[in-house]
Design a protein around this ligand. Structure first.
Ligand code: HEC
Length: 153
């Protein structure tokens, strides 16, 4: 009995050491959090819409991402960088004229914000300032629809 427990203990210690070592070594992975230059941005019709979008969407949908300190911790870096990359591919306020907009994008935006899919829920937990009330959600959708329609391809 005692021997078995000892064995278990050394297996446990070996596993913990392996995890700690892997996490430590992963920190050497280069983290690229330099924002590319802004190519073109929307002409905001009013400051309110601009402020709502900057507050709730810009970190993932623009080149003006405020990368938090934990981006430099590697498993977090992979998750955040992946979301920012996919976010910028879907809608990019810093490459506005080049990437916006189709009817489909406008429809998706209205749906995704109204159904509370955006901002991503985990992001709102980490950034409480991005939380939108129902009234703000409505204002954001209408404001964005206006500027997206102006740029309709
Ligand atoms: C934490 C990062 C993050 C934030 C903040 C964020 N998004 Fe996204 N967004 C994403 C990602 C990642 C995708 C790609 C999702 C996919 O491909 O499934 C996406 C996709 C989208 C799409 C494409 C349609 C869809 O639902 O896949 C729209 C439109 C969109 N976001 C709008 C917004 C708006 C408007 C805001 C602000 C209210 C916002 N997002 C905030 C990460 C974010």
């Amino acid at each position: 009995m005692l021997r078995l427990r000892k064995e278990n203990r050394s297996i446990f210690v070996a596993c913990v050491t392996a995890v700690v070592l892997t996490l430590t070594l992963l920190q050497l992975w280069p983290t690229d959090t330099i924002n590319p230059a802004v190519v073109s941005a929307p002409e905001w019709p009013d400051i309110h819409t601009q402020q709502l979008v900057e507050r709730a969407c810009y970190d993932c949908h623009s080149h003006e991402t405020r990368w938090p300190w934990y981006t430099n911790v590697v498993p977090a870096y992979f998750l955040l960088a992946y979301d920012v990359q996919r976010g910028r591919e879907a809608l990019n306020f810093s490459r506005w004229d080049e990437t916006c907009c189709t009817e489909e994008q406008i429809g998706e935006m209205a749906e995704t914000v109204t159904k509370h899919h955006m901002p991503l829920p985990y992001y709102m937990v980490l950034h409480p300032e991005s939380y939108l009330s129902d009234v703000e959600r409505g204002q954001l959708v209408y404001g964005l629809m206006d500027i997206m329609k102006e740029n309709l391809d």
